[in-house]
Design a protein around this ligand. Structure first.
Ligand code: ZN
Length: 165
């Protein structure tokens, strides 16, 4: 099955589906074809497939296409950000803390002693991240902000959406 993806040219920013890019003979590899932008001929694009990032009560951040079910402990994933595949991980790596094993963590949550401390750390971090929402430098990544953080313990699934500023 041909899996088409939404893409955006890195040079002229033309947004379309990957299948709309042209196949042209490769200058570098004889006998091969390359995909090029139908507008400007550029050969590189951003993968604009929408993805979601969520975190667990432990502070662990994960990225995927859909939010997972509750884990074995019954904890729900909390949606923290969404954005195009090409940008989401990079933004999270810039904003989150990297564990020694390369995992991404919400700053302040793993070492929080109480659930409300953890929720407070998450809320503060999200508010800070959300300052970049809508800016060019965030490349379409939008962080959620938490309302009524005290009423939303980390052990329950909280659907939080971007708030209008
Ligand atoms: Zn282009």
């Amino acid at each position: 099955m041909n899996h088409d993806i939404p893409i955006k040219c890195t040079r002229c920013r033309h947004a379309c589906m990957e299948s709309e890019w042209l196949d042209v003979p490769s200058k570098r590899f004889g006998g091969c074809t390359e995909k090029t932008c139908p507008r400007c001929g550029c050969r590189s694009y951003f993968d604009m497939t929408p993805q979601i990032a969520w975190c667990w009560a432990s502070g662990l951040i994960e990225i995927g296409d859909t939010v997972p079910e509750n884990n074995e402990a019954g904890d729900g994933a909390i949606v923290i950000a969404e954005g195009p595949k090409s940008a989401l991980r990079g933004r999270l790596e810039a904003m989150a803390r990297s564990g020694h094993d390369g995992r991404l963590l919400v700053p302040g949550v793993p070492e929080a002693e109480t659930q409300s401390d953890a929720a407070g750390a998450l809320g503060a971090w999200l508010s800070w991240c959300a300052l970049g929402n809508g800016r060019r430098s965030s490349y379409g990544v939008t962080f959620a902000t938490m309302k009524a953080i005290d009423d939303a313990p980390l052990s329950t699934t909280v659907q939080i959406g971007p708030t209008d500023i």
